[in-house]
Design a protein around this ligand. Structure first.
Ligand code: NAG
Ligand code: NAG
Ligand code: NAG
Ligand code: NAG
Ligand code: NAG
Length: 764
């Protein structure tokens, strides 16, 4: 019976990690950088909130920042340096009216800057919610001053009324394309172009159903188009699904598009888009049956528009899990669904229930939702006004494609447990090997930035999280991210301030192994200066000797480092001894050797993230201890000697207690019976904790595991469990009465950490 129970427990512990080996279960950042004011320069002003709209003006050397009731011009090289600002407050009348309509005057009846675009002549177009009365204006930066033209126009349909509502917009050749709600109640969502003759979506739930607008972009598809195709505006959003029978309202992610040349229909779809088509966007994270919802999108185009890909971050709906994901969509796949895919059509089943199924009949010509191209013109149709009613009626009633759009490789590029992803930007970097890599910067709900490199041979598509950097303290959700290639900085805005962070901080890596294993395309190890530095064009010319190994994280060309310093420790029998050793990264595990043999975990030997604890040390524990920090990357195994100790038995004095001779040693007298009981109890707790940690550790310890790749160490899991201790979040207190132990913890952590010592590296 007992054996059976144990087996069950073991099965529970081990079956979970094993069964999920070929799915990207979770990615762990290699390094976690806690908050520090040096992580980035901050801009904030007293009594000003909501720094959530931003546009970079490389041409003016400025960051234009929209907050609540004010717009700033900040130095792009030093965001703490304010160049100019202009206030745009709501008038007392507007505030009164807003309050009268039942809105909160301190929060909602304010002017939140929501739209900020650079126009063709270099001025700017700005809109604000303006106490539920959206207004827009033009703005200039002249003679070191920001000037609003005070030539305000109605912002209805361009800018949301409600500052909490999601929206998106894009400026294309003098015209604003916006996706927002165009009434006070927020119940009339539109996608619209604000030309003198505005064009918008129809108010039908088959077009837009309680949408959350996320991102809009212009793709110049007319460039070199053999078919004489038109430019398109793409929109990413989520909305309530019409096509699923579901118990609750089910939300899905979508991508929609319209043609730039669309001017609406003649009789049908007058002043409405004739080209509005949409498709479901899938990001299959197996954890949940409910679709994940898109939160932000970044477009990255290596060459012309046909090479563009969209990086999108997704989070679960209804808090069904705490995973977030990045999925990548290619322009080609999106286009294919819209130009060749089948449509869905509503059919009434039974009395009034409507079901959406694939439309299998013949499509009218020209194809519904298509732009005017050479073929259409050959049919004598020069504009959307001339499209036949049949085509227009079809698209009016069936804007939804049957097929969904799958991400590249049909799976997420990255999945991570923890703080929800909020924003993403992607930098392109040419690395030392001459290839171009994408580096993602992902903002989270708790104010950190994840930096992850997207690499892989033959576009296999793998991601590796280089680091997670905390930018806001206390935690504040990242609400906007902008990337400046010219200054090499990232700008992250939140409700409380904006931080400017360099794209790389190579100086953080202090050894060659650390620098190379980081796999940061921005960083190389310079053999001459023995430092991890930013990759510069000088390096690529091959004049200096530098090391970088992005694909493999291969450290074999690193020079052998200095030997670790041996530390002598004397202990008294029955005491507890703690030996410190800092792993090289969060992905590394510690491997302890005594007298050249691997140390096995036991009731007496406890492995922690950064130390070894020997309980009730006896004469048999004397010996030579070495600690190896072990990190694997792509089949390479990197071992680095983190610390070495010589443990010798001290003598017990007549008084009963003998101070350890080395300040590093931490020992306590174990002569008391009470303590023995305590130790025994704690041991049992620890074993349980360790087992639990091992189980949890598997969920968090592995770097990104994708597509069946085995990143886990060779050999059985049991073997690993016995020698390697996964991450342990809590620092273990030495068992035994606190007052009786010589706890010189404070210095010890430093004295024994690997960083303080020279260490030996080797690659196996
Ligand atoms: C603006 O910031 C304040 C302070 O963080 C916050 O309470 C408020 O909800 C924010 N307003 C919006 C519209 O996000
Ligand atoms: C950035 O600007 C602030 C405010 O003007 C100034 O105090 C600070 O020294 C500047 N920092 C740098 C690195 O120039
Ligand atoms: C379409 O435009 C072409 C040339 O611009 C013109 O020759 C033709 O008559 C137009 N067709 C219609 C139906 O307006
Ligand atoms: C440690 O002890 C050994 C011999 O017991 C001695 O040779 C060595 O110098 C000592 N090292 C330190 C750092 O005290
Ligand atoms: C400590 O070890 C000694 C022998 O090495 C043993 O007799 C004693 O019972 C141990 N004490 C505890 C609390 O385990």
């Amino acid at each position: 019976m007992y054996v059976l129970a144990v087996l069950c427990v073991l099965h529970l512990f081990f079956s979970v990690p094993m069964s999920s080996q070929d799915w990207p279960l979770d990615c762990v950042p290699r390094k976690t950088i806690p908050y520090h004011s040096d992580n980035g320069k901050l801009f904030r002003e007293d009594q000003v909130w909501n720094y959530t709209m931003m546009v970079l003006r490389d041409d003016l050397g400025l960051v234009i920042l929209g907050a609540r009731g004010v717009i700033y011009a900040l130095d792009i090289n030093n965001i703490s340096n304010k160049k100019a600002s202009v206030n745009w407050d709501v008038t007392d009348e507007q505030q009164e009216e807003c309050k009268y309509k039942g809105k909160d005057s301190e929060i909602e009846c304010q002017n939140y800057i929501r739209i900020l675009h650079v126009t063709e002549d270099g001025s700017m177009y700005v809109c604000g919610t303006n106490a539920f009365h959206p207004m827009c204006d033009y703005m200039n930066y002249k003679d070191g001053q920001l000037i609003l033209q005070n030539d305000q126009e109605d912002g209805k349909g361009k800018c949301p009324f409600d500052p909490f509502q999601k929206y998106s917009s894009v400026w294309v050749e003098g015209e604003l394309y916006s996706a927002t709600s165009m009434n006070f109640l927020g119940s009339e969502p539109v996608v619209m172009r604000s030309s003198p003759d505005p064009i918008r979506t129809d108010f039908k739930s088959s077009w837009l159903s309680e949408p959350n607008f996320i991102y809009m972009d212009h793709i110049p598809e007319s460039e070199n188009s053999p078919d004489g195709d038109d430019d398109k505006i793409y929109l990413f959003f989520s909305e309530t699904a019409v096509e699923y029978d579901f118990y609750h309202k089910l939300a899905v992610s979508r991508v929609a598009r319209v043609c730039k040349g669309d001017i609406g229909g003649q009789r049908t779809l007058q002043r409405k888009w004739t080209s509005f088509v949409k498709a479901r966007l899938d990001c299959p994270v197996l954890e949940s049956q409910l679709p994940y919802l898109v939160q932000d999108v970044f477009r990255s185009c290596p060459a012309d528009w046909s090479t563009c890909v969209f990086y999108a971050v997704f989070t679960p709906q209804m808090d069904s899990s705490d995973y977030s994901a990045v999925c990548v969509y290619s322009m080609h796949d999106i286009q294919q669904v819209f130009t060749e895919g089948k449509f869905k059509t509503p059919v009434t089943v039974e009395t009034s229930f409507v079901k959406w199924v694939m439309f299998s009949g013949d499509l009218p010509a020209p194809r519904p939702g298509a732009c005017i191209d050479t073929a259409t013109r050959k049919m004598g149709i020069n504009s959307s006004m001339e499209l036949p009613d049949k085509t227009l009626q079809f698209i009016r009633d069936r804007p939804l494609m049957d097929q969904e759009i799958q991400p590249v490789n049909n799976r997420p590029l990255l999945v991570k447990k923890g703080a929800a992803f909020t924003r993403i930007v992607v930098a392109s970097v040419v690395a030392l090997d001459g290839a171009s890599y994408h580096v993602m910067f992902i903002g989270t709900e708790t104010g950190s930035i994840l930096k992850a490199v997207h690499y892989g041979k033959d576009n296999a598509g793998e991601a590796f999280i280089i680091e997670e950097v905390q930018l806001f303290q206390p935690s504040e959700a990242i609400k906007i991210l902008r990337l400046s290639d010219s200054t090499g900085h990232l700008f992250a805005g939140s409700e409380v301030g904006v931080v400017q962070m360099p794209l790389s901080s190579c100086g953080r890596y202090r050894s060659c192994g650390d620098c190379v294993l980081a796999r940061d395309p921005f960083c190389v190890w310079d053999l001459t200066s023995a430092r991890c530095t930013s990759l510069s064009p000088v390096h690529s010319q091959g004049d200096s000797k530098v090391i970088q190994s992005l694909q493999d994280g291969d450290v074999s060309s690193c020079p052998p480092p200095e030997k670790a310093k041996l530390v002598n420790i004397t202990f008294v029998p029955g005491s507890n001894v703690k030996l410190g050793c800092e792993p090289i990264s969060d992905l590394a595990q510690l491997l302890w050797h005594v007298g050249g043999r691997a140390l096995v975990r036991s009731d007496q030997h406890h492995f922690h993230r950064d130390s070894l604890m020997i309980l009730n040390a006896s004469v048999g524990d004397a010996g030579h201890y070495s600690c190896w920090s072990l990190e694997r990357s792509h089949g390479h195994e990197h071992r680095r000697l983190g610390a070495e100790y010589r443990l010798t038995l001290g003598t017990r004095t007549r008084g009963g207690l003998e101070l350890p001779t080395s300040p590093q040693a931490q020992s306590s007298n174990g002569g008391m019976v009470g303590m023995q009981v305590l130790v025994a109890l704690l041991s049992v707790t620890l074993v349980a904790l360790v087992a639990w940690n091992y189980y949890k550790g598997h969920l968090t310890l592995l770097p990104c595991k994708l597509g069946g790749r085995q990143e886990h160490p060779e050999g059985s899991q049991g073997d690993v469990a016995s020698t390697l201790q996964p991450l342990q979040s809590t620092e273990e207190k030495p068992p035994g009465p606190a007052g009786n132990s010589n706890n010189n913890h404070g210095n010890q952590e430093h004295a024994l950490s690997m960083d303080g010592h020279a260490a030996e590296e080797s690659s196996i």
